[in-house]
Design a protein around this ligand. Structure first.
Ligand code: GLN
Length: 386
C-alpha cells in the first residue's frame, strides 16, 4: 500500500492569500472598477516595448549573468551617482531581482537568524513580516502616528533590544502615501548608526511624489552605507508591474550572501527586459514626467470624489490615496470592501490587513494609477456609497 505522508503544519499559519489577489479576483468576478491592487491601468511607453522586442530579435534570449545584465547594473550605478552622489561597484553591490518583493525576501533571508528581532512600522506592506518569520526572526511592531504617519521615536526606542538586528523602512510609503522628510531620514540614519543595526530601505515608489515634496533616499547617508540595503522596482517606475523586475543595492558582504540565495531561487531574471532597461535608462529625463502625471490623476479623482462619507488622509507620494470612511456599519473594513465591490462595483483595499492586530481604522486605499475616464467613473461610484 502506498501511504501519502501527512502534510506538516504550516510554516505561516496566520498567512492566507494576499489581500491584493483576493480583491482583484473579486473585482474581476463582479466586473468592478479595480482601484484595489496597485498597478497602472494605462499602456506603457511603446519605445520600451520596442526595445524589448529588439533585444529578443537580436538574440538576447539566454541566461543573463546571475547578478544581472552588466550594462543594466552599470546604468543603475550611474543613476545612483547622479541622484545621490553614491559610488557603487556594480559588480559587487547591485543585483537585479524578480521585483522588489524578491529583493526584500532575499535581503531578509541573507541576514536574519533565528531569534533576531526586526523592527517594522505599521501599517506595513504585507510581504515584510512573513519573510522575517520564515527565517526565525521576531517582528517588533511600532505604529506610525495617524493621520500624518509620523514616527513615534519614543516607541521606536522602546521596541529596541539587544536582539534587534534590522529595521525596515518604506518611503514613499505603501499603503499610507507618506513621504519621509530629509530630517526624518537623517534621524533614522543616526539611530541606525548609534544602535549598530542593519536597515532595509524600500524605495520602490522613489519617482512618485507630490506637491513638491522630494523623495529622500537612504543612499544619501554615506555613514550607514555598509549596513543598508536599498530596494527599487522597474515595475513601479516604468509602469510595467507585470514584468516583475527590480533590484537591490547593498554592501559587498550582505550582497554576497544575498546572491548565494538568489542564485538557487531565481538564478537570473528575464534577459531581453534587462537589455532593454539598460538602453531605456540612458534617457535621464524619463523620470521627470512621472510625478506630475500621477499628481494630475490624484487631483482628478479627488476633485470628482464629492462624498462627505469619505475623508482624504494625506498622500505625499506613491499612487495610493487613503480614505477614511465615516459611515456606520457592523461590518469590518474587509467585509465593507467586498460589499462595495459586489454592490457598487468599485474595489478598494481595506487597511486593517497591514496592521499586526488587524486594527480597523475604517481606512481604505485607492489606487489612482488608472485611465482618466476610469477615475471619473470610479469617483461617481464612490459618491454613491453611504
Ligand atoms: N504592490 C501592489 C500593491 O500594493 C501589489 C502587488 C501584489 O499584488 N503583490 O497594491
Amino acid at each position: 500500500m502506498h501511504l501519502i505522508p501527512e502534510f506538516p503544519a504550516s510554516k505561516l499559519p496566520h498567512v492566507g492569500t494576499t489581500i491584493f489577489s483576493v480583491m482583484s479576483q473579486l473585482a474581476q468576478e463582479e466586473g468592478a472598477i479595480n482601484l484595489g491592487q496597485g498597478f497602472p491601468g494605462f499602456p506603457i511607453d511603446e519605445h520600451l516595448i520596442s526595445l524589448v522586442n529588439k533585444a529578443m530579435s537580436a538574440g538576447y534570449n539566454q541566461y543573463a549573468p546571475m547578478p544581472g545584465w552588466p550594462a543594466l547594473r552599470e546604468a543603475i550605478a550611474l543613476k545612483m551617482k547622479r541622484l545621490w552622489d553614491m559610488d557603487i561597484n556594480p559588480n559587487a553591490e547591485i543585483t537585479i531581482t524578480a521585483g522588489g518583493s524578491q529583493a526584500i525576501f532575499t535581503a531578509i533571508g541573507a541576514l536574519i537568524q533565528p531569534g533576531d528581532e526586526v523592527i517594522l512600522f505599521a501599517p506595513a506592506y504585507d510581504c515584510y513580516a512573513p519573510a522575517i518569520e520564515l527565517n526565525g526572526g521576531v517582528v517588533k511592531w511600532v505604529e506610525l502616528e495617524y493621520p500624518h504617519w509620523n514616527i513615534p521615536w519614543d516607541k521606536l526606542e522602546s521596541a529596541y533590544s539587544s536582539k534587534t538586528k534590522l529595521v525596515m523602512i518604506n518611503t514613499p510609503h505603501n499603503p499610507t502615501g507618506k513621504v519621509w522628510s530629509a530630517d526624518e531620514m537623517s534621524k533614522m540614519a543616526n539611530w541606525i548608526l548609534e544602535k549598530q543595526l542593519f536597515l532595509i530601505s524600500d524605495e520602490v515608489y522613489e519617482h512618485i511624489t507630490f506637491d513638491d515634496r522630494p523623495h529622500t533616499s537612504m543612499a544619501l547617508f554615506k555613514e550607514i552605507r555598509q549596513q543598508t540595503m536599498l530596494v527599487y522596482s522597474f515595475g513601479k517606475t516604468f509602469h510595467a508591474t507585470g514584468w516583475k523586475m527590480g533590484y537591490a543595492i547593498g554592501p559587498e558582504n550582505w550582497m554576497r550572501e544575498f546572491r548565494k540565495q538568489h542564485q538557487f531561487n531565481v538564478f537570473t531574471c528575464h534577459t531581453p527586459t534587462q537589455v532593454a532597461f539598460a538602453e531605456y535608462m540612458k534617457d535621464t529625463t524619463i523620470y521627470d514626467a512621472i510625478s506630475p502625471m500621477y499628481q494630475a490623476k490624484r487631483n482628478l479623482i479627488m476633485s470628482a470624489l464629492q462624498n462627505p462619507v469619505f475623508e482624504a488622509v494625506l498622500t505625499e507620494g506613491t499612487y495610493f490615496q487613503l480614505l477614511k470612511w465615516k459611515g456606520v456599519s457592523e461590518l469590518s473594513d474587509v467585509e465593507l470592501a467586498k460589499k462595495w465591490t459586489i454592490e457598487n462595483k468599485i474595489t478598494l483595499i481595506p487597511i486593517s490587513v497591514f496592521f499586526p492586530s488587524q486594527i480597523d481604522m475604517r481606512l481604505f486605499r485607492l489606487c489612482f494609477a488608472k485611465e482618466d475616464n476610469d477615475l471619473i467613473e470610479a469617483a461617481a461610484r464612490l459618491n454613491q456609497i453611504q
